[in-house]
Design a protein around this ligand. Structure first.
Ligand code: ZN
Length: 275
């Protein structure tokens, strides 16, 4: 895999961090910033053009090659919110135009929106489990679609079944979000574009191993159970020979070691306990 970002990407994978994040072993981290930079100004650099350093990523300025994957860490934080670090959220962008949001924890809406991507391009949301630091901004991301140009429903994949009560499933959670915003939904009708207000829920059995939950346009996404709490999964995305494994919250387990093997990028959740 490529370990750095160049202005003219070739094939491979880019991993970009938005906000603060601890480094991942074995990867060179390119700290993305919306308007940061630094360094001594060199001859030929413009005060109004984009910064030419590879150390800084400006969203929307680097076109993906047809066979390239870009992974943006839009949130990598702890459950307690911080001003500049959202909780878990990763945007996976593929050279074929597909985009996938893996988890959308508290604060992630701000980072996703700041990318400046049309919300119509970010309609596929995958939830690893229902802790707030993994799906806390789903209601916000969804409801503000109608005020920010999204014209399509959200598609949400999330765990359920596997012996859990029905009320613990993603479908039940989404029904709760709709109910929570009943007043806003009803009073918005007639005044705002409400095409974005539908949510299509694809609830899958969290207990299945190597379970295909998505297979479209050459992209396959599978789940394996995570060793966290009942109803938690890890995701494995494969496309054009590239493989990304996203752990969600999990302890090391035999499914991860078997099915995440050979991944170009393996994203591990980590937690720093209070000392
Ligand atoms: Zn969790």
């Amino acid at each position: 895999m490529r370990q750095s970002v160049s202005p003219k990407p070739r094939s491979g994978v880019q991993l970009l961090m938005l906000g603060l994040m601890a480094s991942l072993p074995g990867l060179q981290i390119n700290h993305a910033a919306l308007a940061s930079g630094g360094g001594t100004v060199q001859e030929g650099w413009s005060p109004t053009d984009r910064y030419p350093s590879h150390e800084v990523y400006f969203p929307g300025t680097e076109e993906l090659a047809p066979d390239e994957m870009r992974v943006l860490a839009c949130g990598s934080g702890m459950p307690m919110p911080r001003t500049k670090q959202a909780a878990a959220c990763f945007l996976i962008e593929l050279g074929n135009g597909d985009k996938f949001v893996f988890d959308i924890g508290t604060g992630a809406f701000t980072t996703l929106y700041a990318l400046g991507l049309p919300l119509d391009y970010m309609t596929k949301i995958f939830i690893s489990h229902q802790h707030a630091d993994h799906m806390g901004d789903l209601p916000t991301f969804w409801i503000y679609g109608m005020q920010n140009g999204r014209s399509k429903p959200l598609d949400v994949w999330g765990p359920g079944g596997g012996g859990m009560p029905e009320s613990w499933g993603t479908k039940s959670a989404i029904d709760g979000i709709l109910k929570f915003y009943d007043w806003m939904l009803e009073t918005s009708k007639g005044g705002l574009d409400t095409r974005s207000l539908a949510i299509n829920v694809y609830e899958f059995d969290w207990s299945k191993v190597n379970n295909v939950i998505y297979d479209e346009n050459g992209v396959v996404i599978r789940t394996i159970p995570a060793v966290h709490l009942e109803g938690s999964v890890s995701f494995i995305l494969e496309w054009k020979g590239l493989k990304l494994a996203f752990s969600g919250d999990t302890l090391a387990n035999r499914w991860w070691t078997e099915y995440a093997k050979g991944a170009d990028i393996a994203i591990h959740e980590s937690f720093l306990p209070n000392e």
